[in-house]
Structures are given as C-alpha cells and as structure tokens.
Design a protein around this ligand. Structure first.
Ligand code: SAH
Length: 344
C-alpha cells in the first residue's frame, strides 16, 4: 500500500481518474489532508462510504508519531522528535517570529557529511527521507500546534541536495496551491555545497531561496571544518552560487558560523568580502552553537559585530542571525538522530 503523501497533485489526479472517479475528488482529498489536516479517510465526509473504503484499500495516510516535544522557555521555539515507520527518529523545529511561523525540517536520518561543528553528522548517516516523511513534518506540526506554518527552511538534519529527488518533490507539494500552498518565496533550501546539484537546482524553474553553508573564507580553513570541501572547493562553490543567482535572479544567502579564534579574525572578514565581491549575496553571521563534542567556542559578540561591519564596509550585505531555541538544543547544528530502545 502507498502513502498518499508521496504523490504529487498531478500523480494523485491520475490515480483518481484511473479509479474511474471524477478529477475533483483529488482536490477534495487534498483539501482534507493539506488544509484540514485530516489524516483518516473515514472522516472525509464528502466522499461516499464506498469511496472511503476504496481509498483505504489503495492508500494510507498518517501523521508522524510524536515521541517528544520540547518548548523553549525563552522564545517558544518548539522541537519535535518524530518516529518513522521503521523506528528511525528525526527532529524538526518550529520557530515563532512576530509575523511568521517557520518550520525547520529534516531531509535525512543522520547525515553523511560529518561537518566538524554539527551534531547531526556525528551520529552517521542512516537513510534518505521520502517525500511523505518530509512533508509530514510540516503537517504534523501544524496539526499539533493548530497553526498555519508560513515559512519552511530545509535546515534540519541532513543534506537536502544529497536527497535531491525526494526533496524536490516535497518542495513542489509544499508550494502547490492544491496542496500546502506556501509561497515559493517562503521556502529556503540550505546546502553544505553539493556543487553539481546547485547547478541542477537552478534549472528547475523554481523561485525558492538558496542558502549555502560556507563558514570559511578559503580552502585551508574550510577543509578543516567541512570534509565536503575536498570534493567541491571554495572556488567551484562560488561559481555555482554565482550561476544560481544569475539564473534565478535570487539573492543567495551565505551562512557563516562564527567560531572563536578560528574564522572570526578581521583578516577573515576582508578575505570573505573579497571572495564574495560582485556576487548577489547576503551573509548570515551565525554565532556557533556548542554541541558538546568539538572543543570549538563561539565568537565574542564584539567580534561578530566587527566582522559584520567590515563586510558592510566592503559592500557585502550582512546580518547577524538571531538565535532561537538553544536552551532545548533546537538551534542550528544541535539536532541529532537518536537510537531508540526497540523494546519500549
Ligand atoms: N546540510 C545543510 C542543512 C543543515 S544545517 C547545510 O549544511 O546547509 C543548517 C545550518 O546550520 C547550516 O548552515 C549549518 O552549517 C549550521 N550549523 C551546523 N552546526 C552548527 C552549529 N554548531 N552552530 C551554528 N550553526 C550550525
């Protein structure tokens, strides 16, 4: 049996027609699931009893199982621990801003990239998430909190561009007006820099935002932080970023973690400005969040401010990212996969 959340709107419509039903039934089903968050065919009362039976024989639909929910005392940031059907677990985070609610979602169980500063990579890579598991994170949190999520960032566990097909399909369902219906401009995909996939993504005709985790102004420093840099070094990454923004017209966000006495020197700021010179980018400076495994430390506030000042002086747009959810380990880099005791 198939999870109905793995279908695109077009695919679902085709299935529905193949069953001999009228097309508008697909719209009704999508309305129940994506708008009303009804995850039970039995409750879809504008379908006949016979139709509901038929659906149940063809598909299943279920929210993710919530194992744990933590709420930050500081800022209401909420972290969910979900269990997948095979017993693996993932985390997702909901961030409350004054005028928007952002879901930070995962794309893999674990991550293969092993960035030095990130907790997710430490637990290794287990598998890619499928489309339904990606989209269900949003649906389950919307249902759980009784809110409408306005923004989605692919910044949870995993490297989205290493799960390209499923991530792309989930984006399409997230922005499809018949499904979740978010504005493309409210969707951001973040990558550690899988260069060929950045080129692929720029050909998809999407209007979403791209964020790139750069974190260092040169190969010498980036090699130390991110092993993927051996495969796709800084010069190639910068070319890909340039291509993406030219092709899509979008400004690309550059993420830069500020690590004390490592990449937060004034020379680093000058070198970064030089590297990004002429590109349509916006640098997000992110104070490093301790993960308890690295010995790295976060930069002083003043260094971060000084860094921002230099970038701006050199004509590079920059902001310091506000921090949320660090008291519940929900901040950037603090999500991890956990092994479950199967005999619960
Ligand atoms: N794999 C993707 C998306 C997940 S990470 C990527 O690398 O972009 C989302 C952001 O959090 C990335 O910019 C990542 O580098 C950053 N991050 C990871 N660990 C961090 C930490 N300890 N402190 C601050 N930011 C961190």
């Amino acid at each position: 049996m198939k999870n109905i959340l793995d279908y695109s709107y077009e695919e679902l419509k085709n299935e529905i027609e193949n069953m001999g039903w009228q097309k508008f039934r697909a719209d009704q089903i999508c309305d129940w699931i994506y708008r009303k968050k009804v995850m039970d065919f039995e409750q879809m009362t504008n379908l006949s009893k016979k139709q509901r039976e038929e659906l149940k024989n063809m598909f299943y639909v279920q929210p993710l199982r919530i194992l744990e929910k933590k709420v930050s005392r500081k800022d209401k940031t909420t972290k969910y621990l979900f269990e997948l059907n095979d017993g693996n677990t993932i985390e997702s985070v909901l961030l409350f801003h004054t005028n928007r609610i952002t879901a930070c979602i995962s794309t893999q169980v674990g991550c293969p990239l092993k960035c030095l500063f990130c907790a997710t990579g430490q637990s290794g890579f287990v598998r890619n998430l499928n489309t339904s598991e990606i989209v269900s994170q949003i649906l389950t949190m919307e249902k759980g909190e009784n809110v409408r999520i306005s923004n989605v960032v692919f910044m949870g566990m995993g490297e989205p561009l290493l799960n390209y097909e499923n991530v792309l399909k989930s984006i399409k369902n997230i922005v499809d007006p018949k499904m979740l219906g978010l504005s493309q401009r409210h969707v951001t995909i973040s990558t550690a820099g899988i260069v060929p996939k950045i080129y692929d993504l720029s050909e998809e005709g999407l209007n979403i935002y791209l964020s790139v985790s750069l974190h260092a102004p040169n190969n010498r420093k980036r090699d130390k932080l991110m092993p993927i840099n051996y495969k796709y070094p800084v010069e190639e990454l910068v070319q890909a970023i340039k291509h993406y923004s030219e092709k899509t017209g979008r400004r690309v966000t550059i993420e830069y973690i500020m690590i004390k006495q490592f990449n937060d020197f004034q020379e680093d700021a000058f070198e970064l400005a030089e590297l990004l010179n002429g590109l349509k980018v916006n640098v997000n400076l992110i104070p490093y969040n301790p993960t308890g495994i690295t010995g790295l430390e976060r930069s002083n506030k003043n260094n971060v401010k000084e860094f921002e000042k230099i970038l701006k002086l050199k004509g590079i747009e920059a902001v310091i990212r506000e921090e949320k959810g660090d008291d519940i380990d929900a901040a950037c880099g603090q999500l991890r996969a956990r092994r479950l005791n199967k005999n619960r």
